[in-house]
Design a protein around this ligand. Structure first.
Ligand SMILES: Nc1ncnc2c1ncn2[C@@H]1O[C@H](COP(=O)(O)OP(=O)(O)OP(=O)(O)O)[C@@H](O)[C@H]1O
Ligand SMILES: [Mg+2]
Length: 350
């Protein structure tokens, strides 16, 4: 090995290489020195602790002492170096104990992983922004739906009811032989008005089910499933315990929306003939599973721009629930939601 030109290899290495003796850099190759933005002459002799950020200093010195004392031979870790210009350089280090001038020293190899760390940080930040956006858009949609539902129900419904009342008066006033034609038209109008009132109520209820506020989550879910079954010709089965946990509106509404979104997915993608909803509760948790017997979730086939599952996950996360949507082994897709409850919550949901 004596004839291997180690010095040349070390000097040209694309990885930073250094030796620390008595807590100071006694050797560093050009690559390592460049990571810190110093000239080589300025760098050699600097204290190791001065070349890392203050919040990394303790860990760096502890790792140094553990190797110098012989407690461990080598350590592989990440730290933040401090460049001459004050910028941070993220480093991946592997250094081990060696003998140098008869004393224990460290010989190490370093990689500059700043780009990777920054990219990870950017990714984390943009995920967080996406989450905030989903949260904001869910909340805004909820407010908008509630407002529209109320307008349709109260304003439009009220106006239609008054109009129906007036037309009914016309029906009564035209109940004579000579006004038979007018009476016939007015009678048909009453039926049309009633159908319109029913349609307005259904639209309002789909936007924000009155039962969610008046009768609770259990009833709202049962009604949503039954309506879904009737509309799509799908057999539904609902198991909700009569005395399920009563959830506050800020938990019940997101859960209801998650089930609504999942049902929309069943209608759009599953080609199922049966949907099963099971709600279980204990004193300290609320659990819900919605299962269809359709084609099953194909994770690879995710359409670009689809946000349904993402938005469901965010709603769940927002209330501290866990949510899983996955293909079942037996076929079909299953959604499972689990919400741990604070000890103080009472009972009764349906
Ligand atoms: N119950 C289901 N059965 C089969 N496939 C499903 C089911 N639910 C979801 N998927 C699949 O998962 C994909 C993602 O669902 P997601 O709700 O996120 O988006 P989407 O329904 O396509 O669009 P949107 O953003 O309007 O909800 C769907 O495109 C579909 O391929
Ligand atoms: Mg969807």
């Amino acid at each position: 090995m004596d004839d291997v030109p180690f010095r040349g290899i070390v000097e040209q290495s694309l990885a930073g290489i250094y030796v620390v003796l008595d807590e100071r850099f006694m050797y560093a190759n050009d690559t390592f020195v460049a990571m810190f933005g110093y000239g080589r002459d300025e760098f050699v002799g600097r204290r190791m602790v001065d070349c890392v950020t203050p919040d990394s200093a303790d860990e760096v010195m502890q790792n140094y002492r553990r190797r110098i004392s012989g407690e461990v031979q080598a350590i592989h870790y990440f730290t933040k170096g401090l460049r001459k210009d004050g910028q941070i350089v993220h480093l991946e280090l592997h250094a081990s104990r060696v003998e140098c001038r008869g004393r224990p020293a460290l010989a190490g190899v370093a990689l500059d992983v700043t780009e990777r760390v920054n990219a990870q940080e950017d990714l984390r930040r943009s995920r967080e922004q996406l989450r905030q956006l989903a949260k904001h858009s869910n909340a805004a949609r909820e407010v908008e739906r509630e407002k529209l539902a109320r307008e349709v129900h109260d304003v439009l419904g009220g106006m239609l009811t008054s109009a129906k009342f007036d037309v009914s008066r016309i029906v009564r006033r035209t109940a004579t032989a000579e006004l038979a034609e007018l009476n016939g038209i007015a009678t048909e109008l009453v039926t049309l008005m009633q159908d319109t009132i029913d349609a307005a109520r259904t639209i309002s209820d789909q936007m924000r089910p009155a039962s969610l506020d008046l009768l609770g989550l259990g009833t709202a879910l049962r009604q949503a499933l039954e309506r879904f079954g009737a509309r799509h010709g799908v057999e539904v089965s609902v198991a909700i315990p009569a005395d399920a946990v009563s959830l506050p509106a800020d938990m019940a509404t997101p859960i209801f929306r998650i089930v609504q979104e999942a049902l929309t997915n069943v209608a759009r993608h599953a080609r199922a003939s049966r949907v099963e909803l099971v709600v279980e509760h204990g004193p300290d948790s609320f659990a819900l599973s919605l299962r269809d017997n359709g084609v099953g979730l194909d994770v690879g086939a995710k359409r670009q721009g689809s946000i349904g599952l993402f938005s469901m996950a965010e709603r769940a996360r927002d209330i501290g629930a866990s949510l899983q949507v996955r293909a079942c082994l037996a076929g079909g897709t299953e959604l499972k939601l689990h919400l741990p409850l604070p000890a103080v919550m009472g009972v009764a949901l349906a």
